[in-house]
Design a protein around this ligand. Structure first.
Ligand code: GDP
Length: 447
């Protein structure tokens, strides 16, 4: 096994940079560079690193984590040096000269996985933790890093193993078919595993949103207050607010956190008939943004007459996931939804005073089906895990079908083994090299 090295902090200038080494030569390389005989394990040592020709590279804090009590399970050395790209490069060059090689993306985590320090779901949680955009996403990734997903799957796997053992031994030792009570018992066990898998996989709608976020497009005819609403939502003045109709000609997007869900809000050009080429282009982009959106906010000016453009938009979005927003509720001329848009449920807001915005936040979360984010339950956030859960469930369904139809034990066993294998792939017990390299290619270097 070679010794790998990488810069573990972001590139660029900073107070500190951390370089990490892992592998059998890590401590020997550190000793040579620091001109020291050894280091006290897990204690930071203030020392000066030198190159092979005795040039001073930097004064650093160096910490050794001898195997197996380290992140990767191998000898690990962490060097905190000054955060200058030139210093980092010189230290890395000196380390490479002493025989280490540059780590591939995720290679530290991969080694931790190979040495049984973490399972695959935890390795993926490390990546998600780094990529998390909101507090809620951080909390979910941290729970998975703690092994909660693996723990949640354990009872399912245990039950499947029990059923498999029962059927295998029936196959080996029992002359006659399994008695009916035993078949019923196996069926019940499989039903309970399926129910548990369903509970987990259903949480993916909320989990995916937490991880990947949602696209929300604000649309409406010109001057209803789309840009003002966009600004209130993103709490900044990035969009141009003006009383000249048709000034927002392009789409403008900003990422915000609504109840823990990362939401990209897009302000779009006002929809109306126009002969202006630039405005037409903007309107085309609006249609595209609406098509791409997970949720459309249809803004109507509640203080003026609802016009044909508003009606057309209401008709066109009737079958999309939308929220009708009646804006300008601060004005005396404001009318209720029953007057402005009879038969359509709407949320009253004032983009100007902020009234009704918290209702709008709740309505956005409800429409995105993300109510599971706050209640502290474990969520499936990863498409790979979700697919494996769904495939495992399908296999268990097949097994139940075979069992009910009194097929031979072999026919029941095959899908059960498949199901168990698929669940094992979530934690990496039964994962091939190809899948591993695909997953680790999405990591950043130094992790
Ligand atoms: P857009 O064309 O739909 O993006 O509309 P804007 O956000 O540019 O707003 C058009 C006009 O309506 C501006 O003069 C805003 O100040 C005004 N406006 C927007 N929202 C409100 C509101 O909630 N209350 C009041 N009183 N005026 C608003």
């Amino acid at each position: 096994m070679n010794t790998i090295v990488a810069l573990s902090t972001p590139r660029g200038r900073g107070a500190l940079a951390v370089i990490r080494l892992s592998g059998p030569q890590a401590i020997a390389i550190a000793r040579r560079m620091a001109r020291l005989d050894g280091f006290e394990p897990r204690h930071a040592t203030l020392t000066t690193l030198r190159s092979a020709n005795d040039e001073v590279l930097d004064q650093v804090l160096l910490t050794c984590f001898p195997a197996p009590h380290s992140l990767t399970g191998e000898d690990v050395v962490e060097i905190s040096c000054h955060g200058s790209p030139a210093i980092v490069r010189r230290i890395l060059d000196a380390i490479l000269e002493l025989g280490a090689v540059l780590a591939a993306p995720g290679e530290f985590t991969l080694r931790a996985l190979m040495n049984g320090k973490i399972d695959l779901a935890q390795a993926e949680a490390i990546r998600d933790l780094i990529a998390a955009q909101t507090d809620a996403a951080v909390k979910q990734a941290a729970r998975q890093l703690n092994g909660e997903l693996s723990n949640a799957l354990d009872p399912f796997k245990q039950k499947l193993i029990e059923v498999i053992v029962l059927l295998e031994s029936a196959l080996e030792f029992v002359e006659d078919d399994l008695p009916a009570p035993q078949i019923n018992q196996i069926d019940e066990t499989l039903a309970s595993v399926i129910a548990g898998i369903d509970r987990l996989s259903q949480s993916y709608t909320a989990g995916r949103l937490l991880r990947d976020g949602a696209q929300v497009a604000i649309t409406g005819r010109p001057n209803v207050g789309k840009s003002s609403l966009f600004n209130s939502l993103v709490r900044s003045e990035r969009a141009i607010v003006t009383d000249v109709p048709g000034t927002t000609r392009d789409t403008l997007s900003e990422a915000i956190d609504i109840g823990g869900v990362p939401v990209v809000v897009t302000d779009t050009a006002g929809l109306r008939e126009t002969s202006d080429n630039v405005e037409t282009l903007g309107i085309e982009r609006t249609h595209r943004a609406m098509g791409d959106a997970d949720l459309v906010l249809v803004v109507i000016d509640g203080s003026s007459e609802v016009g044909p453009e508003d009606r057309e938009l209401l008709d066109r979005t009737a079958d999309t996931r939308r929220i009708v927003v009646l804006n300008k509720c601060d004005l005396p001329a404001f009318g209720s939804a029953s007057r402005c848009v009879p038969g359509v449920e709407a949320i009253n807001v004032s983009a100007q005073t902020g009234e009704g915005l918290s209702n709008l936040h709740s309505a956005i979360l409800a429409k995105l089906n993300s109510d599971a984010t706050e209640d502290g339950s474990l969520l499936i956030t990863n498409a790979r895990h979700y697919d494996l859960l769904c495939n495992a469930r399908r296999e268990l369904d097949v097994a139940r079908g075979c069992l009910r139809d009194r097929h031979s034990e072999e026919l029941v066993l095959a899908p059960l083994h498949n199901g168990l294998k698929l669940l094992g792939q979530i934690t990496g017990e039964t994962t091939t090299e190809d899948i591993l390299s695909e997953i680790f290619a999405t990591f950043c270097i130094g992790k």
